[in-house]
Design a protein around this ligand. Sequence first.
Ligand code: MRU
Length: 367
Amino acid sequence: MKVDGKDMRTIWLEPDGWSVGIIDQTALPHQFTTVRLSSVQDVARAIATMQVRGAPLIGATAAYGVALALRADASDEALERACTTLAATRPSAVNLKWALDEMVAVVRNRPREERLAAAYRRAAEICDEDVAINQAIGRHGANLIGAIAANRAGHPAQVLTHCNAGWLATVDFGTALAPIYVAHDRGAAVHVWVDETRPRNQGAALTAWELGQHGVPHTVIADNTGGHLMQHGMVDMVLVGADRVTADGDVCNKIGTYLKALAAKDNGVPFYVGLPSPTIDFSLSDGAAEIPIEQRTADEVATVTGRTVDGRVEKVRIVPEGSTVANYGFDVTPARLVSGLITERGVIEPRRDALAAAFAERAQAAR
Ligand code: MRU
């Protein structure tokens, strides 16, 4: 995608050929800064503090984290330590575990002197595969949006999204936002309702920023607005990303997604999820019972960060001192509320047999 007109990915190898560059997403939308990661500790910190976030990008960054760990020490013990450290950073997005498993698979049975090159090669492939997957998701999902736009007699198709499942959450293009970009680029009129997505405001800060960079019309709304818009016919489709999807099609995504799905069901609005196949966890079936839900610090709920009128970025407290705060990062939307899963292999019904037929090799490997 373009930043100020220049093509960029969210993660890259620096000119030295071994350290890893990322965009510091905690500084957006007020500042565009990049960070150089040169050790597995740097990578773990970047993921845990959400300088990088979004399930696919967490996986891609962790893959480079393994390469950086092996650069320092190519032993089995170092590999295991790196995977344990990285796996502990964010528990809900299964792409992290998937990427670590991929890295271990290419490294484990090689002599030490071959491990480093193999690790960098696989990390780069994981990034390139993510880009290709997201482009395919974009094409499949854009057909749905295009069909809506064609029936709107000149009015834009109205899509509501939650959190950030755009190019910032992936290596490029995004998952839920990829269909929007493709539909927009094909000339369809699309307008996006952007949930602000408290507590970390990924919608207000990141989704709004990247849609703006691409010139897609959008409106940021308070998180509780979606139901009202749906009751008044102002949403044609809800389109969100996912951090983990079970073999039965339950969808774990940013906290608040489930409430949007309930409102969508009550109002007959289709609810779609854009996801790459590494987000499917074929080892789980009942999402609400089985998916680990990340709980983050109270500080994220008790404070907000923004830019003051004189241009300083500041954090202010909005909760009384002494009040107890809870911060659940994700929730699970049951498959019965999901209209379809937009994947790189097409739009799939959220059912075990449909998912297993579309991704037979992954379903079998999990048995
Ligand atoms: O906590 P975050 O910002 O990592 O959460 C991101 C989301 O919930 C996204 O919707 C999800 O990872 C899909 S990203 C393509």
